[in-house]
Design a protein around this ligand. Structure first.
Ligand code: NAD
Ligand code: 6OD
Length: 499
């Protein structure tokens, strides 16, 4: 990997991020704040108000009042028009959103501009469109008197939905949940990751400008356990929770929400396989696997951490993947030549580096990377690691079994289809897989047998927002996307009219 000296990077300017409750930016009642750090440099981006239980209660009260008041009374067409205006307002503030996302994550500007922020706007438009066309079932029922009855479903909002988000794609994942929740008439209280409070805070401004009534969208900043996240999960008037993050956090949320039997949607961790057959377009498979391993510095839940390659092309593939890893350029997010950012935090870097060490102890051959790149100031205090490719580990090695969430994969050779499917499925996770082949029948056969919620053939992270998204096993519960989101963010009520 090459690293680049900064000439372009924006001078850090420390700001203050407040809570957003009932349409206003407010301090936490306790006055407590925590620091938001730029992982590319270690500079303090913002002092962030930290919500305590009273602040979460304030936010839930505001959401409930909005739900019962102006938001509930708005005709659906007006509600959905307001969501489209939110998309417009995000686009009007495009650069501010991009800068906030970069300050919090250090990701390359090219990525924030092409993925994170456009998807933030697109999520509002797609769910406004889909909610308009969403319908329910209706049955004509026979009765003894011959007059019959009519049974039909109506969709009603849950009320207040708690939205708990991770740090890897902050605006994208937050709006992926907020947009359908609002489209179905709920009000939300959002708890962004403590690592990335910026774009969630800015979204309050876009909501106000779009005319979303006060209280419909609220943001409480803070941490997870025994803190804002936990207070939101346990709040008795939060009826549904949507969470994206680590599996063990999902397990804690599930335990905490059992007392009130809350509706849950979980998008959790993964240890996703990529499978490359000998008949695949070789260069496309190399480029696709480099992308699925190293995008966002490997911090996408969909990233491939286990790569299985047909033995006949194994050596050549490993060599090419290693070359692609070494080509990545770390450094100034504002430099168009930068292609990989830092990890999100020092703590996460320690975790990833501990796997770099563990893999060596487990006997890995390091094809590329495996360490920390030399960086120039101010990035020498950032959380960068080298993009890494390993081979030679058994399938039982911890580095091959546990989610690392960094720019790293292990490549294993295989001899036949049954063997590779067994290896791909030998995991507690099941979020997604990528299969590379030019044989259409094989593509379908393999995709069907892989235990995962999503399988891409000859591609990766190709998104159509109408499709179901989610995982099996420890990768999650339920599906979001398209009508699946609209179903999760509402209750169906059957009305039976005796005619
Ligand atoms: P995390 O689980 O540590 O934190 C996610 C959020 O949960 C944060 O806002 C955090 O403050 C909050 N939280 C933590 N403990 C809590 C508790 N006890 N109660 C309530 N809230 C709590 O995850 P992360 O480190 O932010 O994100 C990385 C993880 O997310 C990886 O495991 C990755 O695979 C997963 N992820 C999955 C998907 C998916 O779609 N399946 C998408 C993105 C990330
Ligand atoms: O694209 C999406 O809608 C989505 N939920 C992506 C998740 C990426 C995980 O890091």
């Amino acid at each position: 990997m090459r690293s680049r000296l900064s000439s372009l990077h924006k001078k850090p300017m420390t700001t203050a991020y407040k809570l957003f409750i009932n349409g206003e930016y407010v301090e936490a009642a306790s006055g407590r704040t925590f620091e938001d750090i730029n992982p590319a440099t270690g500079a303090v981006v913002a002092h962030v108000s930290e919500a305590d239980a009273d602040d979460v209660d304030r936010a839930v009260n505001a959401a409930e009042a909005a739900m019962r008041g102006p938001w509930a009374k708005l005709p659906q067409a007006d509600r959905l028009a307001a969501l489209r205006r939110v998309a417009d307002e995000i686009e009007k503030r495009f650069d501010a959103f991009v800068d906030a996302e970069i300050a919090d994550t250090g990701k390359p500007r090219s990525l924030a501009c092409s993925v994170d922020i456009p998807r933030g706007a697109a999520n509002f438009r797609i769910f406004a469109d889909l909610a308009r066309g969403f319908s329910t079932e209706c049955f004509e029922t026979d009765t003894d008197d011959g007059a019959g009855a009519l049974n039909y479903g109506v969709r009603v909002p849950h009320g207040v939905v708690g939205v708990i988000c991770p740090w890897n794609l902050p605006l994208l994942l937050l709006t992926w949940k907020v947009a359908p929740a609002l489209a179905m008439g709920n009000a939300v209280v959002v708890k962004p990751s403590e690592e990335t409070p910026g774009t969630a805070t800015l979204l309050g401004e876009a909501m106000n400008a779009a005319g979303i009534p006060p209280g419909v969208f609220n943001v409480v900043h803070g941490f997870g356990e025994n803190a804002a996240g936990d207070f939101l999960v346990r709040h008795p008037r939060v009826r549904a929770l949507t969470f994206t993050g680590e599996t063990r956090t999902g397990q804690a949320i599930m335990r905490a929400s059992a007392a009130r039997v809350k509706h849950l949607s979980f998008e959790l961790g993964g240890k996703n396989p990529a499978i490359v057959f000998a008949d695949a377009d070789f260069e496309k498979a190399v480029a696709g696997t480099a992308r699925s391993t190293f995008s966002n510095c490997g911090q996408v839940c969909l990233c491939s951490e286990r790569v299985y390659v047909a033995r006949s092309i194994f050596e050549r593939f490993v060599e090419r993947l290693g070359q692609e890893a070494r080509k990545l350029v770390a450094g100034d997010p504002y430099d168009s030549k930068t292609t990989i950012g830092p990890l999100i935090s020092k703590t996460h870097r320690e975790k990833v580096l501990s796997y770099y060490e563990l893999a060596r102890q487990e006997g890995a051959t390091v094809i590329a990377g495996g360490g920390v790149p030399e960086m120039d100031s101010p990035f020498d205090t950032g959380c960068f690691v080298e993009p890494t490719v390993w081979t030679g580990l058994p399938e039982t090695a911890r580095s091959v079994r546990e989610e690392i969430f960094g720019p790293v994969c292990h490549v294993t050779p295989f001899d036949d289809e049954d063997e590779v499917i067994a290896m791909a499925n030998d995991t507690d996770y099941g979020l997604c897989a990528a299969v590379w082949t030019s044989d259409l029948s094989r593509a379908h056969r393999v995709a069907k047998r892989i235990e995962a919620g999503i399988v891409w053939v000859n591609g990766w992270f190709l998104r159509d927002l109408r499709t179901p998204f989610g995982g099996v096993k420890l990768s999650g519960i339920g599906r979001e996307g398209g009508r699946h989101s609209l179903e999760f963010y509402s209750e169906i009520k059957n009305i039976c009219i005796k005619l």
